[in-house]
Design a protein around this ligand. Structure first.
Ligand code: BGP
Length: 490
């Protein structure tokens, strides 16, 4: 292995999302957003949604979450103590435009994010802002349907313009849509990614579901590409120092065997999940294979061709400055129906006999991160940033009263080593923000029990707890990693 060192200015830090940690769901004029009507679940019980609105007597984890809304100073000071160079958080459209299309923005929402960014600056932390992280004003879904309605594009770009202008001196790193490629997946993708609401009382499945309409979903994704491209252009016009990235849910796909059919299935999984969105956002155009993918997915191919041609210039003019992604697991692909019976991980693949999975069934694969980094860098040749990576686990308090999360340290250490190897092979990596640097609500299950943080938050799945914060062992370990700029991982 070649020697590696992390470059000066490497953006070490942590990542969060508003609907999973902010709370204050109706504070100071904020409107409801789609995640505010999604209930909690567990690893075995899916989350349910009540699209008509909040139902009395039900528990919605986003409403209070970990109440960053009232704890932001304390939390950001703790990040500062760990030496964070960067903190990834997201803005809620419904905090600034409660209904998404209000004539005037909500001043309290603008002030809140200003105070948060100022607290970051006081701690020497660069904010990295995801403009939309699985969030969409509920009123807009009711009125317009979701991202499949092109009227949403300009409303969202107006929200972006406000952010770029208001926080011109405070924020220079932006991501347009979190895990935009999850919009290629029925169910969760419709709701969380695109604001398209299902019928009442539907479980939040990840994959096939009978109410999904792929025509709407692919058109919705196209509208997001257009909106993202317009936002990138605008961000550069408002402040040439702005750096805007795409954000892809990264997932390394391995063929289960060397059967050419498995290898081709692996290639197709990569295209569909990893490259479909990245190609448009980085290269500014759909890939040659996109029409065959649309046909296979049940999208309206002629309509998609028309849209791609109509918006070609906009997409070309708004390519991203860097490519960011989340990475938790790899996926193993097989065409053998017997293999498939063994059950897979989140992305529906088959078990990989060489790897273990987390308690939530996510295959742990540090080398898969190196594979992903090197593959994607070869393809796009622009700076990369890992904006989510981490281990969701049950943390138990030990007899000495502390949280000894050595399993989390091991997971992170192994992934950081692989980042180093990829960098020694020439990958230009800008930074690393560990997911859920402070315990927060899980997106897929709505639980608090699935903890990722360096910082423990006293709250359980049912909302009990006094919300106090405590350092876990990983807190001091990560502080040392940052202080040594990645050289001391022990
Ligand atoms: C990503 C999302 C995050 C986050 C993370 C972990 O897909 O961008 O919002 O939640 O996954 O997933 P979970 O919370 O389900 O463990």
């Amino acid at each position: 292995m070649a020697e590696y060192r992390f470059p000066d200015g490497f953006l070490w830090g942590g990542a969060t999302a508003a609907n999973q940690f902010e709370g204050g769901y109706d504070a100071d004029g904020k409107g409801l957003s789609v995640p505010d009507v999604i209930m909690g679940g567990t690893v075995d019980k899916p989350r349910f949604i009540t699209p008509g609105g909040v139902r009395e007597g039900e528990y919605y984890p986003s409403h209070e979450a970990i109440d960053f809304y009232h704890h932001y100073e304390e939390d950001i000071d703790l990040f500062g103590e760990m030496g964070f160079k960067c903190f990834r958080l997201s803005t809620q459209w419904s905090r600034i435009f409660p209904n998404g299309d209000d004539p005037e923005p909500c001043q309290a929402g603008i002030d809140f994010y200003r105070k948060v960014f100022e607290a970051c600056k006081r701690n020497g932390i660069e904010p990295l802002v995801t403009i939309s992280h699985y969030e969409f004003p509920l009123a807009l879904s009711h009125k317009y349907g979701g991202w499949d309605n092109p009227k949403v594009i300009d409303l969202w770009v107006r929200f972006c313009e406000l952010l770029f202008t208001e926080y011109k001196d405070l924020v220079h790193y932006w991501l347009t849509f979190n895990e935009i490629n999850c919009g290629t997946i029925a169910g969760m993708g419709d709701v969380m990614g695109l604001g398209i609401l299902p019928p009442e009382d539907v479980a939040m499945t990840f994959g096939n579901c009978d109410w999904d309409d792929p025509k709407r979903r692919f058109e919705g994704l196209h509208n997001q590409f257009v909106a993202s491209a317009k936002a990138v252009k605008l961000a550069h016009e408002i402040n040439p120092e702005n750096m805007v990235g795409c954000m892809i849910a990264g997932n390394t796909n391995y063929p289960r065997t060397c059967n050419p059919d498995d290898v081709i299935a692996g290639m197709e999984a990569d295209r569909a999940f990893n490259f479909y969105c990245g190609d448009v956002q980085v290269r500014g155009a759909y890939s040659a294979w996109a029409p065959s993918y649309w046909a296979e997915q049940g999208a309206d191919v002629e309509r998609m061709r028309e849209l791609a041609a109509r918006d070609a210039e906009v997409l070309k003019a708004g390519t991203v400055d860097f490519y960011s992604f989340s990475y938790y697991q790899s996926n193993t692909v097989s065409v053998d129906p017997e293999m498939k019976k063994g059950g897979g991980n989140l992305f529906g693949g088959v078990p990989n006999p060489y790897l273990k999975a987390s308690d939530w069934g996510w295959t742990v694969d540090p080398k898969g991160l190196r594979y992903y980094l090197e593959t994607v860098y070869d393809r796009y040749q622009i700076p990369l940033m890992i904006v989510e990576n981490g281990l969701g686990a049950v943390d138990e308090r030990s007899e000495d009263g502390k949280f000894h999360d050595s399993y989390r340290i091991d997971y992170l250490r192994q992934h950081i080593r692989e980042m180093g190897i990829a960098m020694s092979h020439g990958v230009d990596l800008m930074g690393y923000t560990m997911w859920g640097c402070i315990d927060l609500v899980s997106a897929s299950t709505g639980e608090m029990k699935k903890r990722y943080g360096f910082i423990y938050v006293d709250k359980d799945n049912d909302g009990n707890g006094d919300l106090h914060r405590e350092k876990k062992d990983s807190f001091d370990w990560y502080a040392k990693v940052i202080a040594s700029n990645g050289t001391d991982l022990e």
